[in-house]
Every structure is written in structure tokens, then in C-alpha cells.
Ligand binder design. Sequence first.
Ligand SMILES: *Cc1c(COP(=O)(O)O)cnc(C)c1O
Length: 385
Amino acid sequence: MRKIQMVDLKGQYADIKDVVNPSIQEVIENTAFINGPKVHEFQKNLENYLGIKHVIPCANGTDALQIAMMGLGLKPGDEVITADFTFAATVEVIALLQLTPVLVDVNEGDFNINIDAIKKAITPKTKAIVPIHLFGQCANMEAIMEVANEYNLFVIEDNAQAIGANYTYKDGSKAKAGTIGNVGATSFFPSKNLGCYGDGGAIFTNDDDLAHTIRGIVNHGMYRRYHHDVVGVNSRLDSIQAAVLDAKLPKLDSYNRARQHAAKKYNASFKGIQSIITPVTVNKGCVGICDNCDCHVFHQYTLRIEGADRDALAAHLNESGIPCGVYYPIPLHKQKAYADDRYNEADFPITNQLVKEVISLPMHTELDDEQIEFITSTIIKFING
Ligand SMILES: *Cc1c(COP(=O)(O)O)cnc(C)c1O
């Protein structure tokens, strides 16, 4: 059996070398390293794939979130509601811009931001909601957009973990994750579902004016050369990364299907095993366990371990040559940087529980059946003692 990796970028590269290498070589030959034609080509191709009017490439996913908030004109003191159970980048940029982060609890089922908690947290100062499509599946966007419309709030989708996922509306129509709110932000960090070979990110929007504003912000606030109309940043996707992404984009759907296939195998093996709760997909078009749908793209395959020792299981897996991860071990409202007297423990029952239960298993495009069988049997043996 091949060595099991949490994310197998080497295996994936071996498979796409013939496409990626010439794409990179072309950039090196024509030396247009910054804002070269590859960046523009990738931008257009991603716009077509997502069915969105504007993609603005930038340097990484954290920048994408920050620039989205700058573009919307959020001002110090504005309150921004986001989830307590996620990676810190989202709350980090809110705090960095001197906006006020308002962390709220998530759902037990899909790990995504809880709509009642959002409603409860709205004040006259609230200006935006940032749902994170955690682990590869969309937050409840229809409900979020309804609340946002009612209270006149912006919605910024953190789509770093769900590129390619579809959101199905109640009426059956679909939209790509990240294209539903006012603006979407994504990351092309190497381990993401669409990853480059370094750092990269992008912002998506259908709003022409916002796209124009953001194109200036990413380029030092310039709309005309050496005329700085607003305070901007320097955040670019370099041409070599665009070349990698443009070579990989046509594969994104098959990559996501490979992840879904692995998830389905995992689900089947764990069926009926005490103490193991497999991931739940709750998209309106697809209630229950995701078998044949495109609403969950499994950036992570995350189990909940109830009534067994999660940390002992993690240690046992590592000893057995099976990498695993705990995403995320500490609620954001308990992190030193983001703790605040405003928060009340009683408002975070789910996050406080999830951080003790979750464990993410190897998930990537090259997992084979033998590896999955070894991983699942090792876990089941441990659980059954
Ligand atoms: C990876 C990630 C980010 C940040 O992306 P970078 O490209 O590493 O800056 C933001 N939000 C979430 C949910 C992520 O998973």
C-alpha cells in the first residue's frame, strides 16, 4: 500500500505534470511574471466556471476576505457576524480592519453558521455576515440572504473550502458556492480543492461597481497609474500560480468527484458503528448522507467521535501511519486574540462540543480503496476496543 497522506499533492502532480509543466514553462519563457496573460486567462476561465461576472485574483484567501470587506466600505466599529467554529483568517481580517467581530455558534449537523444565532446577534451596528462554507458544503445561504435583505446587511462568503460546490435553492435551481452573497472570497492554498503551487486567492462578485472598486484596492488603490484614490494593498496572483491554476481548473469537477467517492466509501464503512457520526449534508436539494450529489465537495472529511476518546484515537492513527487532523481544536471566542467579555459561554454550546469531538481523516484526489479500507478498519478496531 502507498504511504497515506493527509493531502497527496505529489500523486496529483504526477498525474497532471504533462499539462502543468508546459503551462508554467510558457510563463517563464515570456517572462510576464506579474499580471501576465495567464492571469487574465485563468480569471476568464474561472468566471465561466463559476457563472459569475467578475473574478479578481489576489495573493491569498486571507487577503481576499480583507479586500472584500474594504471594497464594501466597512468602517471601524461596524459589527460583522461570523462563525465561532472555523479557521481564524475570517475573524482575523475583521479585527485587523478595526471592525467588530461578532462570533456566533454553528449547527451540529453541517458545522456551518447557525441562522438563529445570527438573528440573535444583529444590532443596529451590524453591517455584514460572513458565512464560511466549512469543510466543503455551503452554509444555509437562502436563510442568510433573507436575513441580510431584511436588515440591509452585506454577505461575504468565505469560500476557501468549497470551490466547485453547488448550492441548491428550495425551488431546485443551483448556484456555485461563493457566488450568492454580495461577494465571495477564496483561497488557492496548495491543499485546497483548487490549489496552486504557492499562495493564491480570488474575490468573486456580480456587482460591476464593487468589482471596479476592488480592482483598484488590490493594486494600491490605483484606478489610473500613479493616481491613488483610496487606500489599497498590494495583492496579486502571480502568473506562474495562474498557470498552475489554469491547468488544474478543467480538472476541478473530477477532483471533487474523487473526494465525494472517498467520502462515500468512508460513510459506508462507518455505517452503524457506535460512537462515530459521519458527515451530514443538509443542503435543501440533498437532505441526509451525500451519495450522489454535488453540494458537498469534502475539503475535509470530518467525523464526530461521541462516547469514545477522540484524542486517543488520533494518537493511535498517527502511530498506525494514518495522518489525521483536528479542525478546529479551540473555538475562536476562546482564542487569546479574539476573546472578549461580550461573549457568554451559554451562547456556544455546539462549538464547545464540536472542538472535543471532531477528527478529520485523509481526504484528497488520490486516495485509493486499499488505503480507505486500512483507515476505516483501523478506526473501527480501535473504537470496538
Ligand atoms: C484556507 C482558509 C483561509 C485562508 O486562505 P489563505 O490562502 O491561506 O490565506 C480562509 N478561510 C478559510 C475557511 C480557509 O480554510
